[in-house]
Design a protein around this ligand. Structure first.
Ligand code: FES
Length: 73
């Protein structure tokens, strides 16, 4: 399985995979990703289509961390 997760600048997590990744809700119910080798997960919390991004992050001027925070020793 190959999965690439990219943090988009002030936007969602972009998920690219070979079609084998599984996504479930909090109850463990599988979310249908048929035909979606590439999809975006909301990072701002404002999407009406959670867990997917619907573009609302642009409307609310979401500001995300630009770089990963280093793990503290
Ligand atoms: S990251 Fe796009 S709507 Fe939240």
């Amino acid at each position: 399985m190959t999965v690439k997760i990219t943090c988009r600048p002030n936007g969602p997590y972009l998920i690219e995979n070979d079609g084998t990744v599984e996504l479930t809700d909090t109850a463990g119910t599988k979310i249908d990703l048929t035909g979606k080798p590439k999809f975006a997960l909301c990072r701002c919390g404002a999407s009406a289509l959670k867990p997917f991004c619907d573009g609302t992050h642009s409307k609310i001027c979401f500001q995300a961390a630009e770089a990963a925070v280093a793990k503290k020793p």
